[in-house]
Write a protein that binds this ligand. Structure first.
Ligand SMILES: NC(=O)C1=CN([C@@H]2O[C@H](COP(=O)(O)OP(=O)(O)OC[C@H]3O[C@@H](n4cnc5c(N)ncnc54)[C@H](O)[C@@H]3O)[C@@H](O)[C@H]2O)C=CC1
Ligand SMILES: CC/C=C\C[C@H](O)[C@H](O)/C=C/C=C/C=C\C=C\C(=O)C/C=C\CCC(=O)O
Length: 264
């Protein structure tokens, strides 16, 4: 199996996209630590995975990624249990435009924290064995999503941070590849979270047009692209992929060479 003997850690793994990422990792032979703030859902997910893949292939650690203490503790517990770490997916995320500081704490700070914890363990200069970090942003990490401006900011932060730390990893020889996935709409509970939001009423049409052009994905669609990226060592470090119902492709960003010479 492609990931036989590999150890992975997925945040927000109890449901939705994170659960689908965990499932495809298990299907391909990896051992997976599931981290999630929802204890019941996390324990149910591991029980189901034990049934399907055999006991001992997955473990649940209750953890709020916005807490340094909880994340570090869950990280240490799971990597000690399985012996090291090869793959991490910082997936946990929320939409909360009213408690926007919480949204930033989870969506951006949580991803930064997970990336730094992984690099501490994985990077070659620390005696690590290298590995792959996949951070989950969103199409809202590439352009403004008017119904969710704070969510947009947090996801733009994930893209920018991931691209910068990937460049550092290349220059400093960490031996760690960092990629970003930017899905469009995916049928999960987060997608439903704004349906009842009165703020959306006035912007529903705009959101509807996006839905129309991009379609709506299933979590398993994102998982298939995720697996391809994890397995493809030729994937560009810092590569950012857009995923919609029409397919997936790398986004090309402007470079220093694109900056016009001062003409004003
Ligand atoms: N569903 C969609 O349309 C899209 C989702 N995304 C992103 O994909 C990721 C996963 O989202 P979904 O699976 O759709 O959402 P979901 O709501 O179905 O699952 C998110 C999981 O993260 C967990 N979680 C929430 N806060 C947490 C915290 N502080 N610490 C640890 N776990 C926490 C939840 O308990 C839940 O199990 C998020 O980062 C989201 O922003 C990106 C593009 C589109
Ligand atoms: C290469 C594409 C560049 C930019 C995209 C567009 O220009 C535009 O800016 C749109 C961005 C919109 C993103 C849309 C959906 C994102 C959804 C999620 O990440 C999570 C699901 C729901 C969030 C809120 C909601 O329910 O809409």
């Amino acid at each position: 199996m492609a990931l036989e003997g590999k150890v992975a850690l997925v945040t927000g793994a109890a449901r939705g996209i994170g659960k689908a990422l965990t499932e495809i990792l298990l299907q391909n032979g990896a051992k997976v630590a599931l981290l999630d703030v929802d204890k019941n859902a996390g324990q149910e997910a591991v029980s189901a995975f034990d049934e399907e893949f055999g006991a001992g292939r997955s473990v649940f650690c209750c953890c709020d990624v916005s807490s340094e203490v909880q994340f570090r503790d869950a990280f240490e517990k799971s990597t000690q249990l399985f012996g090291g770490l090869d793959i991490i997916c910082n997936n946990a995320g929320i939409v909360n435009e009213s408690d926007w500081e919480k949204a930033v704490a989870v969506n951006l700070n949580g991803v930064i924290r997970g990336t730094f914890l992984a690099l501490e363990l994985m990077k070659k200069e620390n005696g690590g064995r290298g590995g792959v970090i996949v951070n989950i942003a969103s199409m809202a990490g590439l352009g403004p999503h008017a119904v969710a401006p704070v969510y947009t900011a947090s996801k733009h932060g994930v893209v920018g941070f991931s691209r910068a730390i990937a460049e550092a990893s290349t220059v400093l020889g960490y031996g760690v590849r960092i990629n970003v996935l930017c899905p469009g709409f995916v049928q999960t509970t987060i997608f439903a979270s704004l349906e009842k939001d009165e703020a959306l009423e006035k912007l529903r049409n705009q959101r509807g047009k996006l839905l129309e052009s991009w379609g709506i994905l299933e979590p398993s669609d994102v998982a298939k692209i995720f697996l391809r990226i994890v397995l493809d060592d030729s994937s560009r470090n810092g590569g950012v992929l857009v995923i919609t119902s029409k397919g997936a492709e790398y986004i090309n960003f402007p470079t220093a060479a694109d900056v016009p010479a001062a003409t004003l």
